[in-house]
Design a protein around this ligand. Structure first.
Ligand code: HPA
Length: 276
């Protein structure tokens, strides 16, 4: 089956289970599942039931699609994502984004856990991603371009919507919580970075580093979506004394910041105009 047919089959299956038309998509990263408690879930679909969908394997990622409403908006949530380090091809990693594209999603909100490479950051900070560096990952658009999905050479001057970033800052101010902003450096993982790597990433102009998001954002931009992404800073590996990092530390820190992140995302969804 060709890729377009695979995407269509997945989208058709989801649309047969949920008849409303969401226009907002949300991808939840490690330990950030509390978001869905705030959602009115009308339909829950295991990834394993969706034709052609990869299946998530990482602890802390439950692997299901949730459809319903939040703050009066019809949304689709991916609880659990696919990482390149799990052994999926870049095409598999981004498959859910393309299914959301086919379903008519115009706005995509993404969260992740990331390591801080900006020494002014602390564990638990939320960092709005204003830009990314993708050189250390495999670009998911390599290969024959499928014109139905997007253009051959997508512009990357504003992968993260300035308008949505401004909205996030406005909301953070209203809620009186601090919101950092910075550049996210994408890596493949699964190793955390060495001391030299954290330092280099910082010198290259990035404020945080993580193993997800960048491939998803590239494909979302290719698809013409408006994108917002935010990192929970779960470790500050760039500081030598804090360089020993475990997956548990990452999950604990992400869970601790989940309520703040949930309230921010919920307010953002409330404020989104229905895109046409
Ligand atoms: N590096 C890469 N990915 C991560 C990190 C990190 O320090 N923390 C959470 N995800």
């Amino acid at each position: 089956m060709d890729l377009l047919s695979k995407i269509q089959a997945a989208a058709s299956y989801i649309q047969s289970r949920f008849l409303k038309q969401p226009t907002i998509g949300v991808i939840l990263g490690s330990g950030l599942g509390g978001f869905t408690d705030e959602m009115h879930i009308e339909c829950e679909i295991n990834y394993s039931d969706i034709p052609n969908f990869p299946v998530s394997t990482v602890e802390g990622h439950s692997g299901k699609m949730l459809l319903g409403t939040m703050a009066g908006k019809c949304i689709v949530v991916l609880s659990g994502r696919f990482h390149y380090y799990e052994g999926y091809s870049p095409e598999e990693v981004v498959f859910p984004i393309r299914v959301m594209q086919r379903m008519g999603i115009h706005q995509l909100l993404i969260s992740n856990a990331a390591g801080g490479t900006n020494t002014s950051f602390k564990v638990g900070d939320l960092m709005v991603i204003k830009d990314h560096i993708s050189f250390a990952i495999v670009n998911p658009l390599i290969g024959k371009n499928i014109n139905e999905l997007g253009i051959r050479f997508p512009d990357m001057s504003e992968p993260y919507s300035k308008k949505l970033i401004a909205t996030a800052h406005h909301i953070a101010k209203q809620h009186a919580f601090e919101l950092k902003e910075g550049v996210y450096f994408g890596v493949t993982g699964p190793t955390f970075e060495t001391r030299a790597e954290y330092k280099l990433i910082n010198q290259l102009g990035a404020d945080a580093v993580g193993m997800s998001t960048v491939q998803e954002v590239i494909v979302a931009v290719h698809a013409g979506m408006q994108v917002f992404a935010i990192s929970v800073i779960t470790d500050i590996g760039v500081r030598e004394e804090e360089n020993i990092i475990s997956h548990k530390d990452v999950l604990d820190a992400a869970n601790a910041s989940a309520p703040k992140l949930t309230s921010l995302l919920k307010s953002m969804i409330e404020s989104l105009e229905s895109a046409s």
